[in-house]
Design a protein around this ligand. Sequence first.
Ligand SMILES: CC(C)(COP(=O)(O)OP(=O)(O)OC[C@H]1O[C@@H](n2cnc3c(N)ncnc32)[C@H](O)[C@@H]1OP(=O)(O)O)[C@@H](O)C(=O)NCCC(=O)NCCS
Length: 153
Amino acid sequence: MTTVRTAIDADLEACAEIVRGLPEYFAPDVPEKLAADWPGCRNWVSVDGDEVVGLAVVEVRSPLVADILWAAVRKDRRDGGIGTGLVESVVAALADEGTRVVELKTLDERADYKPYEATRAFWRARGFIKIDTIDPYPPWPGSPCAIHVRPIG
Ligand SMILES: CC(C)(COP(=O)(O)OP(=O)(O)OC[C@H]1O[C@@H](n2cnc3c(N)ncnc32)[C@H](O)[C@@H]1OP(=O)(O)O)[C@@H](O)C(=O)NCCC(=O)NCCS
């Protein structure tokens, strides 16, 4: 049984380990980027007992807009509803605080890279609507970016 709570700094290493365990999804420098983003973001984790099994790192852009920068579920726990529980908890917390739009960037279908088909299906099923493709997207050399938004609140 998993629950969602606000992350503490001591969770960062477990979150980095989750990311390292998903090399088909995250480049080797992502744990470093995650650590750099962490202090300036709102961070949540899914936990099963003492174990961190999911993470969401959210940059608050304005009182109305937040951006999910990083989200992942531990490889051996994917497709069991943990990501849905995490995203819905994060969205509910943000909506309570007055956020109206949540943004999400992911690999665009133009990349024709199979692992991200399930990722995009996940975000679509969670109410995120693709609004644009950015190609090239300078922060991700060689990888087109799909911008999604979910109106909330
Ligand atoms: C994306 C991710 C966070 C979702 O978390 P999760 O716990 O696996 O997802 P859930 O079990 O809550 O939901 C699964 C949903 O994903 C989608 N999905 C999963 N696998 C799928 C597949 N093979 N084909 C199509 N859709 C799929 C479905 O929409 C499914 O919804 P359903 O239960 O209504 O059918 C997680 O799988 C993950 O870490 N993926 C790798 C890293 C990643 O892509 N991160 C996001 C980067 S933008």
